[in-house]
Design a protein around this ligand. Structure first.
Ligand SMILES: NC(=O)c1ccc[n+]([C@@H]2O[C@H](COP(=O)([O-])OP(=O)(O)OC[C@H]3O[C@@H](n4cnc5c(N)ncnc54)[C@H](O)[C@@H]3O)[C@@H](O)[C@H]2O)c1
Ligand SMILES: O=C(O)CC[C@@H](O)C(=O)O
Length: 528
């Protein structure tokens, strides 16, 4: 049974599929301090949060069973991604579910700003009939959109319907896409000099932090207005107050703050030219259901070891590619594990070659499984597909991947060469249609082995009587042989024998095997 903790207010309807799942129990406990969360997190397999819960390295360290953290929303700045990756915890978000809602909020803020609606409302309900609030039209005004991703693009679309001229900047915005959207592609400098309204829709990164600060305010068009419904800190709050005081900026609308919630004496609160909301961008019934449904679905997939999407700390993979690759995950992990069990010396590098059908897809998720298989001998359950690449890198294990369409006699082939301080070990495997996983090569020897359970890999000289001797010794020690394979390159030369046996082989039996004439090494390989 999987245990899921929901530690922020998340839509009931959205998490219903988790509640209904027979293999899941869901606990909802909100408003926990870090210490309280640390105390209860060890029992949970998944944590679902919005933006209130700060998921710190200490919480992740305490979450011994934690496999996934689901963020019901876009921004994951409340989750320490580096620590999650190191701990092998998958972080997923719901990037699409609140796009329209947040875009509409930004637009509502722009209109409220243009027409002083919050200020006029406050006056009116206090009994004053004050008709001096003079607004501006949006029509024919220049709107600068910084960050033309999901939300920024939707804002631009709506602004066009209002007759605004859109100036857009995004490092990924091409001239063609801008033209298609009816947006003038512009630099940040051009936008700050010419826009009547600016709205920011980027993530907060070292590059975007204070991307609008004193130098930008100094050159702005006098009387411009600015909106931030993305992340606190993209616009320098202190510099904005100065720009308003200097008469450069006529008004600002903020949904997000450098520190949330802001201190009661924050200069934005009660400022006549600034309107604020308490991070409500994503707060609609629809968006909250959407993001909770999306994230719950992915959490279920992850808990059940099924393909998933929207992992924030893993590169994205298209759903179609993921379902093509999934049948190979077990094989890849086993190939890695066999190589690391046969060659136990210090690993320097891993060469992975994909051939045949596998050369047509993005194999990076499969590479993660192979690395997991290799590294599990050293890291045990601490390695998983989230951190396997990271762990390889931190241990200076060079990973090289190649792929080629040539089939090499198989429709698909995974070959790994483990490069260690005592030499290389090569293992190749394939997925045979109708027959499942097969190991087809160990070093220079062709073999045909179903990789499961307990294997004994024996290297010996190709001489008559060896197979009989091995069988007799194992029989005498009550080790039942399920299958046997021998491989050699030349008659009488070096040879390999791989046996599948029904149970674990005691160490002394392996030792006795190596005492047999012409037998060099005997190793047990255990596969899950
Ligand atoms: N207020 C809220 O409640 C709320 C709700 C949802 C999203 N958000 C925030 O809104 C922002 C946008 O969300 P989204 O879903 O559109 O994200 P997105 O990833 O679709 O778009 C962000 C865009 O910013 C661009 N970008 C990155 N660095 C840039 C730079 N230096 N200059 C210009 N553009 C840059 C990216 O290329 C990307 O296209 C995020 O910060 C998100 O956390 C806030
Ligand atoms: O959960 C929230 O309301 C915050 C939403 C928003 O900031 C996001 O990044 O998705």
């Amino acid at each position: 049974m999987f245990k899921v903790l929901v530690s922020d207010p998340i839509s009931d309807l959205g998490i219903q599929q988790l509640v209904d799942a027979e293999d899941v129990t869901v606990d909802r406990v909100t408003g926990l301090s870090e210490a309280e969360l640390i105390a209860i997190i060890p029992q949970y397999d998944a944590l679902l949060v919005r933006s209130q819960t700060k998921v710190t390295p200490a919480i992740m360290k305490a979450g011994e069973r934690l496999k996934v953290i689901g963020r019901a929303g876009v921004g994951v700045d409340n989750i320490d991604l580096e620590a999650a990756t190191q701990s092998g915890i998958i972080v997923i978000n719901a990037p699409d579910g609140n796009t329209i809602t947040t875009c509409e909020h930004a637009f509502a803020m722009m209109m409220a700003l243009a027409r002083h609606i919050p200020q006029a409302y406050a006056k009116t309900i206090s009994g004053q009939w004050d008709r001096k609030f003079l607004g501006v039209e949006l029509r024919n005004k220049k709107l600068g959109v910084l960050g033309m991703g999901r939300i920024g693009s939707e804002v631009a679309k709506r602004a066009k319907a209002f007759g605004m001229d859109i100036l857009g900047y995004d490092p990924f915005l091409t001239e063609e896409r801008a033209e298609k959207m009816g947006v003038q592609l512009a630099t940040v400098d051009y936008i700050v000099r010419h826009a009547d309204f600016i709205t920011v829709h980027t993530p907060l990164t070292p590059e975007t932090k204070h991307m609008i600060a004193s130098p930008q305010f100094e050159v702005m068009k006098k009387g411009m207005r600015i909106i931030n419904c993305a992340r606190g800190g993209i616009i320098d709050e202190k510099a904005l107050i100065e720009a308003i005081d200097q008469g450069i900026v006529a008004g600002a609308a903020f949904d997000v703050f450098e520190q949330e919630p802001p201190q009661p004496d924050h200069p934005f609160l009660n400022h006549p030219n600034i309107i604020v909301t308490p991070h409500l961008g994503a707060s609609t019934v629809e968006a909250q259901e959407n993001v909770a449904i999306d994230v719950s679905e992915q959490v279920l997939h992850i808990l059940r070891d099924e393909p998933f999407k929207n992992a924030v700390n893993m590169p994205p993979v298209a759903a179609g590619v993921m379902s093509k690759l999934q049948p190979y995950f077990g094989l890849g992990e086993k190939i890695g594990s066999i190589a690391a069990q046969i060659n136990q010396a210090a690993i320097k590098g891993i060469q992975i070659d994909y051939a045949g059908d596998l050369s047509e897809v993005d194999t990076q998720p499969l590479t993660r499984y192979i690395l997991k298989g290799v590294l599990a001998r050293h890291f045990g359950s601490d390695v998983n597909i989230v951190n396997s690449m990271h762990l390889a890198k931190t241990r200076d294990v060079h990973v090289a991947v190649s792929s080629a369409p040539a089939r090499k006699g198989f429709m698909n082939l995974i070959t790994i060469t483990l490069q260690t301080s005592s030499g290389d070990t090569l293992i190749a495997g394939t997925l045979l249609n109708g027959y499942g996983e097969r190991i087809v090569q160990i070093n220079k020897f062709p073999v045909d082995i179903a990789p499961e359970g307990h294997l004994i890999v024996i290297s010996h000289t190709d001489k008559p009587g060896i197979i009989g001797n091995v069988g007799t010794l194992l029989g005498r020690n009550d080790v039942n042989i399920a299958s046997m394979q021998v491989g050699r390159q030349v008659v009488g030369g070096e040879a390999i024998m791989v046996l599948t046996v029904d149970k674990a082989v005691p160490e002394y039996v392996l030792e006795e095997l190596t005492q047999l004439p012409e037998l060099k090494t005997a190793q047990e390989i255990t596969l899950a």
